[in-house]
Design a protein around this ligand. Structure first.
Ligand code: FE2
Length: 418
């Protein structure tokens, strides 16, 4: 279990830990990295607690402060995950519910699909400090798995994101993309911001991530019978039916989905590697999709039973100060359910063949506003035709400037280009 914390003073701090009620004498040596943002000195501390026993409560201490967490069982088969994006310090509508339900044991860890605090770097980083202090009662007790959104760019190549979070190592000393296995699920976090900010930070991060992801998923597929589910999480969506961003057909979405110039897009790779589920944020709403592959879709009664293509969920409604996620009158045919309440998602990993996804509404006092199961046979993969697919690589030239992320062409124009 990794612990990451920041101080304003240059102090050396370690973590001491041990089974709750017995002793907190084991030392996890902390590293210190100084950084300055907006004229404020901060010191990032990172330590990793190792040799932990399964299903055991641990107490850990940093300086005079004491925290506690519980490890997951050995041979873990089922668990619950809280997934959301776009949660701010101000207007954090879901924050209280997430903290209360997490502390009540309603889920085992958190996936935050980008746009964190609005913004981590605002007010010289004080908003990031405030947000993480606010979340501390929960995120000191369970893993907080994050991925960067467009709001994490602080003008200095995601410094605040890089310094405030630790993720499982990916071999590149970079927390922008990573994967881990937990029970029957291979979790993969990828950065859409490498694409979104390529004009600022270059194309190399896109190539690096793409090659890593291809190798990671190829290796996973060698042991897919042991880890049958692949669940990805990223910030910017491939598809949506919100009126802004031209229903996710604008440049920023197609750049990520289909690629641009020499940068390869993510959707063909997801299809080739038989990705099961993808969580997205960025649009401040909830939208569930039918299995969809390069705008081909399967919306029959058994669409979620041995699905023919990946199933995507936008869960970007946790709490944002610009709730501009108005839906179009007529959704894309691959859109299954839309909800514009504030809220967050709970995914239950039941076993190697069953996943359940529920959407919790804050506006409706934590009522469930969507609830569905994804079921597949243990050996189920998408068809070989799908896995050989390379859709979208030859899309026609876009008529927007590449920096025009909110490309405002009419849908008629876009459809003519498609
Ligand atoms: Fe965003």
């Amino acid at each position: 279990m990794a612990v990451t914390w920041n101080t304003y003073k240059t102090v050396s701090q370690d973590v001491t830990y041990g089974p709750t009620g017995i002793a907190t004498t084991t030392v996890a040596k902390g590293s210190v990295t100084p950084w300055n943002f907006g004229g404020i000195d901060r010191f990032t501390h990172r330590a990793v607690m190792t040799n932990l026993q399964p299903e055991t409560s641990y107490t850990y201490k940093i300086d005079q402060r004491t925290f506690r967490f519980k490890t997951l069982p050995k041979d873990l088969k089922s668990y619950k995950v809280c997934v959301f994006g776009d949660l701010g310090f101000f207007h954090g509508n879901s924050t209280e519910s997430i903290i209360n339900n997490g502390l009540a044991g309603k889920f085992d860890f958190i996936v935050h699909v980008g746009d964190i605090a609005y913004d981590l770097h605002a007010d010289n980083g004080r908003v990031g400090d405030d947000f993480l202090n606010e979340m501390e009662p929960l995120i000191s007790t369970m893993p907080y798995m994050v991925i960067a959104g467009n709001h994490e760019d602080d003008g200095f190549n995601f410094t605040n994101y890089q310094m405030r979070f630790s993720t499982p190592p990916n071999g590149f000393n970079d927390n922008q993309f990573y994967s881990f296995d937990l029970g029957p699920v291979h979790w993969v976090g990828v950065s859409t911001e490498n694409y979104g900010y390529y004009y600022a930070y270059g194309v190399d991060p896109v190539y690096t991530q793409y090659n890593w992801l291809k190798a990671d998923l190829t290796a996973l597929n060698q042991r897919r019978s042991q880890v049958p589910w692949v669940v990805t999480f990223q910030h910017r969506p491939f598809y949506c039916s919100n009126t802004n961003s031209a229903e996710c057909q604008s440049f920023e979405n197609r750049l990520v989905r289909t690629g641009w110039l020499d940068m390869k897009g993510l959707e063909p790779l997801f299809l080739q590697q038989s990705v099961d589920v993808g969580f997205w944020g960025h649009e401040h709403s909830y939208e569930r999709f039918y299995p969809v592959a390069d705008r081909q879709y399967w919306n029959g009664n058994d669409a979620y039973n041995n699905p023919k293509a990946p199933i995507y969920i936008i869960t970007g409604s946790a709490g944002c100060h610009t709730p501009d996620a108005e839906f179009t009158d007529k959704p894309w045919p691959w859109s299954a359910v839309r909800n514009n309440d504030y809220g967050y998602s709970i995914m239950t990993v039941a076993n190697g063949t069953h996943l359940r996804i529920e959407q919790i509404s804050i506006d409706k006092k934590e009522a469930t506003v969507d609830d569905f199961w994804i079921v597949k046979d243990l050996q189920h993969l998408h068809t070989s035709a799908m896995r050989n697919a390379s859709p979208g690589v030859k899309f026609p030239p876009l008529k927007c400037h590449f920096k025009d992320v909110a490309c405002t062409r009419s849908l008629k124009q876009i459809n003519e280009e498609l």
